[in-house]
Structures are given as C-alpha cells and as structure tokens.
Design a protein around this ligand. Structure first.
Ligand code: URA
Length: 301
C-alpha cells in the first residue's frame, strides 16, 4: 500500500476510535495478529521519516499482554479511568487507619436512597489491605447483604475454591464489588438485578479509593459488570475479553468469567479457561505454579 493511502487509513482509524471514545466506549478488542500486521504495514508502506510524521496510534492505545501464554485477543483500552496514580506507599499502620476511615464512611453512605431503604447493610470488602491482588465482582446478593461480606453465597464459595486452588486464601487477597449495596428488586421476592449505570457511577469512587490505598500489583475483573464499572460500557462481551490484561490507571486487570456463570455452565472447558486466567495472574505476581496446578481441569477427575 502506498504511504499516502496508509496514512489516510491511519487517520480514519484514529478518527473512528476518537468517535467511539466520545460515545463512551471504554476499549476496543483487537487481535494480536491485527496489531502486528498493522505495524508491519506501517514499516512496509512508508519511508521511516513519513512513518515518524504520522500520528502515533500508541498515543491513544495502551495494551499489556499476559506473560503466561499468548492471549487469543489483546483488549486495547482506549480510555482508562486516568493515568497511573502516583501515590506514596503508606506504611501499614497509616494504611490501616485510612482504610478504617474509608470503611466507616462507606458504611454510612446514603448516596442512593433506594438502596439505603432496601439494604440490610453495606458490604464494604474483605481481605488483606496489603494484598497484591484484588478480585472485583458486581454487587452483593441476598447472602452478602445479610452477612455484610462479599462473595459468601454459592458463587462466593466457588470463588473461594478458586482462590484456594491458586495457593491463596480469602485472608491473603482482597475482595470487593463495584456496588457496595445490594441492588433493590421492588415487587420481586427473589433474584438479583444488575446495578444501573448511575448506581455504578455513584459507588465507583469508593472502589477507587480502596484500590488506591491497597495499590495491588494485579486485579481480576469477574464478569461483565466488573468490566463496565471499571472501564465503562463496551460492546465486547466477557467471552471476547477474558484472558486479556486491561489497564486500570496503571494496574493490570485480568478479565475472567464471573463464578455465577461457572455455576450455570459446568463445562470442563469453561473451568479450564478461568483456571488459565488465574495461572496468568499467578505468573504475573511471580507465584510458582506446580505441575499439578498446571494440569487442573484438563480432564475430568
Ligand atoms: N456476586 C458478586 O458479584 N458479588 C458478591 O459479593 C456476590 C455475588
């Protein structure tokens, strides 16, 4: 392709990405092969000076790939919630105090009158504020609302098993949700509902404060609502994004299925996909992965 054509195509691509961004699209999934083909085209299409003069797509696009294995698709965040947050690392005692101050503020929150009226209690989060790893779910369900702790129902028990299979525990990781109150379901006696965009926007600053205080080295987004809460709405579903590393203000975020989905879909192959995502997280954190762990969910017991 001639260099002018290539630059026109690049300009059009950037305009399209900017237009998606202005419509609130948080990120665009791009296959790794597509990215490398694009950079090959750039090199082949134009003399070096012309390529340098062209607008650089990397100014708008940031990506990080899972080191454990090649991802089938690289999810490319066009927008994150801002640049990497540079905060001084607090000493454990100061962090504990700041966390407690935040916890008390969140427990007393009255920002969503409908949820204040329906909730039994606020579900702040559980685990070690010093942990390098945070798991992020959607919102408390009925069990969590009663107990005041995230992920204690059926899906939570499965999440706990996954954490233990990684050689960790609920006490050594941190677990939180996008929404701190159970979404109300007026007129319904059972079931849950997804948080509304407004509820998510209202509550997300609390999760951001938790993340800023913990300063984890990695996070796991469990399911579509966790992705939407962290990055904004996207037309790419979890199936497209899982197994990819996204970037939340400088923190790598592994996308995987929500444990409630695993309860509905018991296929060994789906369990294996989630397990591969968890091995990528372990790898990222520098954790040893045993041969036994590498073989989990390859065949039925
Ligand atoms: N599902 C979630 O996303 N969070 C919980 O705390 C429980 C179930």
């Amino acid at each position: 392709m001639a260099s002018d054509d290539y630059r026109r195509l690049l300009d059009a691509t950037i305009r399209h990405l900017e237009s998606l961004q202005s419509q609130g699209v948080g990120f665009v999934p791009v296959k790794a092969e597509t990215l490398s083909a694009l950079s090959r085209s750039a090199r082949a299409a134009a003399p070096q000076a012309a390529v340098r003069a062209a607008p650089a797509p990397s100014a708008a696009i940031r990506t990080s790939a899972a080191p454990a294995r090649p991802s089938p698709a690289v999810a490319v965040p066009v927008v994150t919630r801002g640049p990497a947050v540079q905060r001084p690392k607090l000493e454990p005692a100061a962090r504990k105090a700041a966390f407690e101050e935040l916890r008390l503020r969140v427990l007393a929150c009255t920002r969503c009158p409908n949820l204040v009226a329906s909730r039994t209690q606020v579900v702040f989060g559980v685990g070690d504020p010093e942990s390098p790893l945070i798991f992020i779910g959607e919102a408390p369900g009925a069990d969590e609302d009663l107990r005041g702790e995230p992920f204690v129902g059926m899906a939570g028990q499965l999440l706990t098993k996954i954490i233990v299979a990684m050689g960790l525990s609920r006490e050594t990781v941190y677990i939180a949700n996008i929404l701190k109150c159970r979404p109300d379901t007026p007129g319904q006696t059972a079931g849950n509902r997804k948080p509304t965009p407004q509820e998510m926007a209202t509550c997300i600053p609390y999760l951001e404060e938790q993340i800023d205080l913990i300063q984890p080295r990695a996070m796991v987004a469990l399911g579509a609502t966790a992705i939407e809460g962290l990055f904004g709405k996207t037309d790419a579903g979890v199936t497209r994004l899982r197994g990819s590393w996204l970037d939340f203000r400088g923190i790598p975020v592994m996308v995987t299925y929500h444990p409630a989905y695993l309860l509905r879909n018991q296929a060994l192959s789906v369990k294996r996909l989630v397990w591969e995502d968890m091995m990528a997280v372990m790898d990222r954190l520098g954790m040893a992965i045993s041969e036994k762990q590498r073989g989990f969910f390859l065949k039925a017991p």
